[in-house]
Ligand binder design. Structure first.
Ligand code: ADP
Length: 457
């Protein structure tokens, strides 16, 4: 059954109330029933005991005294619920009865314990009955049966049952509509949230859900949605910026390439000139494919769930591998490498991501170092955190740029180091990779002196 949220709340509320009401009404009914029977039973016992005084016992015969007087009395008094009396001998044989019984006979039930009350019928009409032994000198001589009509009591109980049952149904129906109305009012803020979120597209991501006045669960939901929208807006904005930077980054070398080739084709040239221009074009193409590759890597890092399936590797082994891959660049610059491992036990790190981080940071340290200087790589440990520092003696980074070096395409003072190739993507990749494995990267630098990258695993 596909009920709306509002109807579901109303239904649950109604079911809970229905159960409570059913229990209450049943208890009320049984308490009234018990009271009615108790009153009747008290009257019956009283009447039966009273009439044991009004009998005469002669041998085996037991008779009601002054029967005429009794009949007279019944004629004169208006009895609301007359009492029927019947006398039996000790074998249950009929002896005498009250005049109001005429020819009717009360049923003797030898299985009923004496003094106990039970329901019976007389001429197909419901009666309540009690039977009490008649004793003389400690011997049972017979029984006195007393009965009263149960019809008016049963009528009261039947009426009560009908009233309770119908008011139960009417109350439930009323309750359903009232709780539906209240539930409808309570979920108005949810409707507002739905309407706002339905209105939001990628063109108006700055719209927000209006916060309810009460700081309740719906307030939390609305502000949670607003925070989510803020994060989505930031991401979309970053993506936009990234796409525009990426296209700009590729457009520049493409137009340089185009310009070079156009100039080249304008008139016949010397072989050397052709070779020079083609070599230049090839370098531009290489640069573009590097940028493209890094862009793809960044996109992959965004969607990657590789961190969990990572293969682990000892950190010193990984650094050795990176240094041997960079051997040519290190020798060309005349750098000396000082590698200090101050941690004795094995330091295992996630291979793929740590390689992305250190490849870029060590690559930069080599790239931006001054000639014939020292590049230090230090592994330490503090509070069970593995720390790797890469310290170069290079051009350094301006203080105000330190926060930006991890942004896509950011190059600090790129014009001042035109000869050093780069596209500003390396540290973004390193940062993303660090995020994927829960590592952090920090940078400190002294302009014109040195730069230190600190990676905490
Ligand atoms: P790039 O391809 O330009 O090297 P990165 O993202 O790796 O891109 O670095 C961003 C910028 O940070 C670089 O352009 C450079 O200005 C600065 N930078 C990074 N590492 C160093 C370093 N070791 N010394 C000096 N500057 C650095």
């Amino acid at each position: 059954m596909n009920l709306s949220f509002r109807n579901r709340i109303a239904l649950h509320y109604m079911i809970a109330t229905a159960i409570i009401m059913a229990v209450t009404f049943t208890v009320v009914y049984f308490v009234v029933q018990r009271t009615v029977y108790e009153n009747l039973d008290n009257d019956l016992t009283f009447e039966a005991e009273k009439h044991t005084e009004e009998i005469t016992i002669v041998g085996d015969s037991i008779k009601i005294k002054n029967k005429e007087e009794w009949a007279e009395r019944e004629h004169l008094e208006v009895q609301i619920n007359p009492v029927f009396i019947q006398i039996l001998d000790k074998n249950g044989k009929f002896m005498d009865n009250s005049p109001n019984l005429k020819n009717d006979v009360l049923a003797y039930n030898p299985e009923q314990k004496f003094g106990g009350h039970f329901n019976e019928t007389l001429n197909n009409r419901a009666i309540r009955q009690v039977q009490i032994p008649i004793e003389q000198n400690g011997k049972i001589k017979g029984f006195i049966l007393a009965a009263m009509s149960l019809e008016s009591s049963n009528m009261v109980l039947l009426n009560l049952r009908n009233v309770l049952f119908f008011s139960y149904l009417v109350l439930l129906a009323g309750l359903y509509y009232i709780s539906r109305f209240i539930a409808g009012r309570s979920i108005i803020p949810v409707k507002v949230i739905t309407q706002t979120t339905n209105r939001i597209t990628k063109n108006n991501l700055n719209e927000r859900v209006i916060l309810p006045q009460n700081k309740d669960e719906l307030y939390d939901l609305s502000s949670g949605i607003n925070q989510l929208l803020q994060r989505i807006e930031n991401t979309v904005e970053r993506e936009r910026q990234f796409t525009s930077d990426a296209s700009h980054e590729l457009r520049t070398p493409l137009s340089t390439l185009r310009g070079t080739l156009e100039v080249l084709i304008r008139k016949p040239r010397e072989r050397e000139e052709y070779e020079g221009k083609i070599k230049f074009s090839l370098t531009e193409i290489d640069r573009m494919s590097d940028t493209l590759e890094q862009l793809l890597l960044l996109a992959r890092l965004d969607n990657d769930s590789k961190a969990s399936k990572e293969t682990s590797i000892p950190l010193p082994t990984l650094i050795d591998e990176i240094l041997s891959r960079q051997k040519k660049a290190i020798t060309d610059k005349g750098l000396s490498i000082a590698f200090h491992n101050e941690v004795s036990q094995e330091q295992i790190v996630p291979g793929y991501y740590t390689n992305l981080i250190l490849e870029n940071i060590i690559g930069n340290a080599i790239k931006y170092s001054r000639k014939d200087t020292t590049l230090q790589i230090i592994i330490t440990e503090s509070d069970a955190v593995l720390i790797c520092k890469v310290v170069d003696e290079g051009i350094g980074i301006k203080k105000e740029d330190l926060d930006n070096v991890f942004n896509h395409f950011f190059r600090s003072d790129a014009l001042d180091h035109k000869s050093i190739p780069g596209n500003g993507l390396g540290l973004s990749i390193a940062k993303k990779a660090a995020d994927a494995i829960g590592a952090s990267i920090e940078v400190e630098s002294e302009m014109g002196q040195s730069t230190t990258f600190i990676i905490r695993f």
